[in-house]
Design a protein around this ligand. Structure first.
Ligand code: NAD
Ligand code: DAU
Length: 362
């Protein structure tokens, strides 16, 4: 395979590049990323031999030239605006990137891959379980045939992009697959999403803002399991098919937050040096982290429950998540404690200078 990874400097894309480098070192990888606020070159540090191109997926000519010059046969499409709260405040960027950007990629792929000798290729589209809408407490989990019912500008834009990918397959014969996954967590996640935001707030003694009653349910998927799931789709998935990828860890937010608070307390109890590094954390003063919990106004249109029926991925691809939430969360807490420089760089904005700092003078 010769891969083009869009959005490869973001959270999941970067984890995917590291995963693919480690497991398929024989494959060439080109990353195309516009380095929006969520894109961080430092996320790719150590991924040797990866060709990085700073550019926009909406630049169809650029994508076409990359596909030709690098003889790309596989696109793994992560690039997107990905944060629901941002989509509520500013939906336009979500329409531009998620819908028009996906159409631009499809247009370039069609021009390069279908106009020539029609050799095998793959356009893999990374999407979300949010396209299926919100479940009641006893509703069956989302399967690949659940009707689409997106509720936020973010999920509506992802739903539209899914439909475009499907249409380019049915109309033009583009060899596509789509995966719809649940809430990812793990290394390099931008601290606007629940787990990294709350971890970093806990270390600084800042409040943990719980939307509404905190009883919204998500299925938590460690990002490395997600990468394994995409690998399974690329290797064994049927062209034209969609696959739901879950973590097998349906939890109300409050349970995730309580796990997080207890784990931070335990980490401070086990390692007295943490109190010196993070003196403002309640745990540094012998107080429970849960004292930071604060109930705030709910997110508008907040989906109540997501759950993944992963039967198709399990039976067709042999995919099952390898990590329990407790294992995945413990590893994630450890990563954030061990990689303070990474998240401090994100918080103070200096991650923007990473290329200058690391490559100037070379
Ligand atoms: P992210 O916000 O961390 O990263 C997005 C990346 O895309 C960034 O590197 C950004 O610079 C890049 N990008 C944005 N606009 C671009 C453009 N116009 N051209 C080129 N690059 C651009 O997102 P993430 O959490 O890593 O999500 C990756 C994909 O997975 C998205 O498509 C998202 O919808 C999907 N997804 C995410 C989750 C999750 O829990 N994070 C769950 C399901 C699906
Ligand atoms: O389900 C997959 C989706 O998961 C992805 O498609 C999105 O890209 C990804 O951002 C994520 O969306 P969520 O809205 O579920 O994730 P977020 O981390 O923003 O919020 C998780 C839950 O926690 C949600 O119910 C809202 C709640 N929350 C979030 C934040 C940031 C809070 O209660 N307080 C907060 O401050």
């Amino acid at each position: 395979m010769n891969l083009l990874v869009t959005g490869g400097a973001g959270f999941i894309g970067a984890n995917f590049v590291h995963y693919w480098r480690a497991h398929h070192p024989e494959n060439a990888i080109t990353v195309l990323d516009a380095l929006t606020y969520a894109g961080n070159r430092a996320n790719l540090a150590g991924a040797n031999g990866v060709h990085f191109v700073e550019g926009d997926i909406r630049d169809t000519a650029l994508v076409e030239s990359l596909l030709a010059e690098k003889t790309i046969d596989t696109i793994v499409h992560f690039a997107a605006e990905s944060h629901v709260d941002r989509s509520i405040h500013g939906p336009a960027a979500f329409i531009d990137t998620n819908i028009l950007g996906t159409m631009s990629l499809l247009t370039a792929a069609r021009a390069q891959w279908l106009a020539g000798d029609g050799k095998p290729h793959r356009f893999h589209h990374v999407s979300t379980d949010e396209v299926y809408g919100s479940l009641g407490p006893t509703d069956p989990a989302f399967s690949e045939t659940t009707p689409y019912a997106p509720n936020s500008p973010y999920s509506a834009s992802k739903a539209a992009s899914d439909h475009l990918v499907r249409a380019w397959h049915h109309t033009y014969g583009l060899q596509v697959t789509t995966s719809n996954c649940s809430n990812n967590y793990g290394p390099y996640q931008f601290p606007e999403k629940l787990i990294p935001l709350f971890l970093i707030n806990a270390l600084h003694g800042r409040s943990l803002p719980i939307y509404g009653d905190g009883m919204q349910i998500r299925d938590w998927l460690h990002v490395e399991d997600h990468c394994r799931g995409i690998e399974a789709v690329l290797h064994r998935g049927r062209v034209g098919e969609t696959y739901n990828i879950g973590g097998g860890a349906e939890l109300p937010n409050i349970a995730v937050i309580d796990t997080l608070c207890a784990a931070v307390d335990a980490a401070f109890a086990a390692d007295p040096a943490l109190a010196t590094r993070f003196p403002d954390a309640p745990a540094a003063q012998g107080q429970p982290t849960e004292t930071l919990k604060t109930w705030v106004k709910d997110r508008p249109g907040h989906d109540r429950r997501y759950a993944i029926d992963e039967t198709r991925a399990r039976t067709e691809l042999g995919y099952v998540p390898a990590r329990s939430f407790d294992q995945g969360f413990a590893a994630t807490l450890r990563w954030y404690l061990d990689n303070e420089a990474w998240w401090r760089g994100v918080l103070d904005g200096s991650y923007r200078d990473w290329v200058e700092t690391n490559y100037s003078g070379r």
